[in-house]
Unconditional design. Structure first.
Length: 276
């Protein structure tokens, strides 16, 4: 299992890094589009719309993203879109976690499928816009999620259950603890402060320049919390579908949605915050 994870990670990096650092955003945006289309296919499978239906959903996702690209959305400021997307993630994520697995199954299938398609489209548009804004800016958003996840893992392993009485969401993801969440938040605070001090055109520097350090730190803590929401929402949906992974497309890692679940809310939220 570990060998598979390492091999898959190396292959992904070998494809991702040249596209990311290419002189124009086009290769990275195209690669991100391919990944999001795979995520749409997985979304169809998780919602039991059949093989053909899942392929059709992936095609719709490609069409929506392609039309947005053709229309020039990657270079246009879209503050209202990001405000709606960010607000929707906060409200819907909170409602889904409160309702639990039973609440998800009560939502009409068509609404579930459409909602997932919109969320994937918004995530692709956000990551593509972030790449157009600059490699360093995009990396600052991605690293926020990755650092939150790494710190949460080690904090949970080290301190889980020592300071809190219960698990974070035992019916959805029994392994997650409140100590892990706090550790992830501490990690992104350190990351943001260090990167602002070092300098560069990042999410953190833009927020600090516009709103001050205090509000910037509150913003990154909020985004770290929403990355956890994205992770928990996908876990809830997989439990409802009765599967462990969204697919087997990435050997040793599960599916595409398993790798990007925390990014789905944080990417639109990052664009929302810098649009204010």
């Amino acid at each position: 299992m570990l060998k598979q994870r390492v091999i898959t990670a190396i292959l992904l990096l070998a494809i991702l890094l040249p596209a990311l650092f290419y002189k124009t955003p086009i290769p990275f945006c195209a690669l991100a589009l391919l990944m999001i289309a795979a995520g749409a296919w997985e979304w169809g499978r998780l919602n039991s719309i059949g093989f053909i239906g899942s392929l059709g959903l992936a095609a719709l996702c490609v069409l929506a993203c392609g039309l947005s690209w053709y229309a020039g959305f990657l270079e246009k400021p879209l503050p209202m879109l990001w405000a709606v997307a960010g607000t929707a993630w906060v409200l819907t994520g909170a409602w889904l976690l409160r309702s639990g697995i039973a609440g998800w199954s009560r939502i009409p299938k068509g609404l579930r499928v459409a909602g997932g398609l919109v969320a994937l489209w918004a995530a692709w548009l956000a990551i593509a816009q972030a790449r157009v804004m600059g490699i360093e800016f995009l990396l600052s958003v991605l690293l926020l999620v990755w650092v939150a996840d790494i710190f949460a893992y080690f904090s949970g392993r080290t301190f889980g259950g020592k300071f809190s009485k219960g698990k974070l969401a035992p019916s959805i993801s029994p392994g997650k603890s409140w100590e892990g969440v706090w550790g992830g938040m501490a990690g992104v605070v350190v990351l943001a402060i260090v990167w602002v001090l070092v300098g560069g055109d990042t999410l953190y520097s833009q927020l600090a320049q516009r709103h001050g350090m205090a509000l910037m730190l509150l913003a990154v803590i909020f985004m770290a919390a929403m990355s956890v929401v994205g992770d928990l929402v996908e876990s809830l949906i997989k439990r409802s579908a009765g599967v462990k992974d969204s697919s087997g497309l990435l050997p040793g890692h599960g599916g595409v949605l398993d790798r990007v679940d925390a990014l789905l809310p944080t990417l639109p939220l990052a664009m929302m915050l810098v649009s204010f």
